[in-house]
Design a protein around this ligand. Structure first.
Ligand SMILES: *Cc1c(COP(=O)(O)O)cnc(C)c1O
Ligand code: SF4
Length: 446
């Protein structure tokens, strides 16, 4: 295939090469040929989604790399420069490496996070990369540090099953990564078979798979050699009397347009699985209400369920991608009010912060004794302490704030209602940060 690349892009090609030296980059022919409109690059949304952008680096960082390229630096020198810059970018937001990791007999359970009582995350070893990489990914440490302690992962099937059995409040397990759908069907079914075979996991009602495969490689379910086998595993889950939910990651309506993705969605739904859709709001990729409205309409039409709109996390090159909370709320409100109720199932904009998932519910002005005060209305969609869920609270309005850490309590309060409890909880010696009773003998330290 011939690709006509825009002259604007060619003019700055070196900057893109420099950015790709720092940020992991991966794209396949489906993304390159069917999703990116090269005549629109560098402004094309999918180009921005998969090609590391020069502005993700500070100007001087970019310059250092370009200079090193110009003088043909040795690989070792280049590696040191790149690693120096990577180390300045925080790859694990919201204290994920310390908190949320459950313990069995005092030992951390590898490859697992359990932050909310009903749902735990599992990171299978074989699923620690993706079909293509998103520029904003906060998991890239996983991809650049294979085998190091930056990786969450596990292949311990028995430990997974034991953990489920011992935690009777768990109703959902979410396979995540990377992307679990990069696994071969027989690798994935190893985990599933073990869960389904054990009568002690009956309380687990829902298996979720977090995946970008529908967007980046829909052939996974259509023509890949193990596509039928994977769909067979999905059917097996449904036949066990459980709900299977594919948590599909769609960032832009163009990802829902190809015959391949529509066929893949049809096949997945034919297994009895549901598809729920989620994505972060990313500047320059999908920061317009019309984009989200179109995406939710298309998803609903294709039988999928819009689920979450996320605020870009406080990590890495956030400065490049961030959309202020006030603007995120405007986009959400405008988009949601232009679609029918069947497509209004999406919760957002939501910050996955350390205390929990916090939604911006509204912006309003409240009369107080010292005059009217403009505030953000916030609430927990998910919380470390289940009792905080749906609790509404208020922050001073700030049009530039883009994360929870930028927000101050409204009405002269010193801190948000949950903060003292949260502090107590994370400071408790040996705590892994949950604030709900984990059941069962395996959990020694919470
Ligand atoms: C979002 C999320 C979940 C799932 O939450 P639901 O509201 O049940 O979809 C589970 N664990 C973590 C850490 C999450 O961020
Ligand atoms: S699909 Fe998710 S995990 Fe994979 S690169 Fe994109 S953001 Fe990262």
């Amino acid at each position: 295939m011939e690709i006509a690349i825009s002259p604007h892009l060619l003019a700055s090609a070196n900057d893109y090469v420099a950015a790709a030296a720092v940020f992991p980059m991966r794209a396949n022919n489906y993304v390159i040929e069917e999703l990116i409109d090269w005549s629109r690059a560098p402004d094309d949304p999918i180009f921005r989604l998969v090609f590391p952008q020069p502005d993700m680096l500070q100007h001087d960082q970019l310059q250092v790399i370009k200079n090193a390229m110009d003088r043909d630096s040795s690989r070792i020198e280049m590696r040191d420069i790149v690693e120096g810059i990577r180390n300045l970018l925080n790859p694990h937001p919201a204290n994920q490496k310390q908190e949320n990791v459950p313990h069995v007999n005092g030992q951390p359970v590898e490859g697992m996070q359990h932050k909310y009582r009903e749902t735990c995350l599992f990171f299978p070893t074989e699923g620690q990369y993706c079909h293509s990489y998103c520029t904003y990914c906060f998991r890239w440490a996983q991809f650049t540090a294979v085998g190091s302690d930056q990786q969450f992962q596990s292949k311990d099937v028995q430990q997974l099953v034991d953990y489920i059995k011992e935690n009777r409040d768990l109703t959902d397990i979410l396979f995540t990564g990377g992307d679990p759908m990069v696994m071969h069907a027989h690798q994935f079914s190893r985990y599933i078979d073990a869960i389904l075979a054990d009568p002690g996991t009956e309380h687990l009602g829902t298996i979720r798979i977090g995946s970008k495969s529908l967007s980046y490689w829909p052939y996974r379910y259509v023509t890949d050699p193990d596509s039928q086998e994977m769909l067979g595993v999905f059917e097996k889950i449904v036949k066990s009397g459980r709900h299977l939910s594919i948590m599909a990651h769609f960032s832009h309506p163009v990802e829902l347009a190809s015959p391949a993705v529509q066929e893949a969605m049809r096949r997945i739904r034919n297994t009895g699985a549901n598809i729920r859709c989620q994505a972060p709001l990313i500047r320059g990729v999908n920061d317009q209400a019309s984009i989200w409205a179109e995406m939710w309409r298309k998803q609903t039409r294709l039988g999928a369920i819009p689920y979450y709109m996320f605020v870009e996390r406080d990590t890495g090159a956030k400065h490049h991608f961030e959309v202020p909370l006030a603007r995120a709320y405007e986009i959400y409100k405008e988009a949601v009010s232009s679609v029918a109720g069947t497509a209004r199932t999406v919760q957002g904009p939501s910050m996955s912060a350390s205390p929990g998932k916090i939604q911006v519910v509204g912006i309003t002005t409240v009369p107080t004794a010292s005059g009217p005060e403009k505030v953000f209305v916030l609430r927990f969609l998910q919380a470390r302490n289940p009792a905080w869920t749906k609790e509404v609270f208020f922050a001073k309005f700030d049009e530039n704030a883009s994360w929870l850490s930028d927000l101050k309590p409204a009405f002269g309060e010193k801190e948000f209602f949950y903060e003292s409890q949260y502090r107590e909880l994370v400071q408790r010696p040996g705590s892994s940060g949950q604030l709900f009773p984990l059941t069962g003998s395996m959990v020694a330290r919470v």
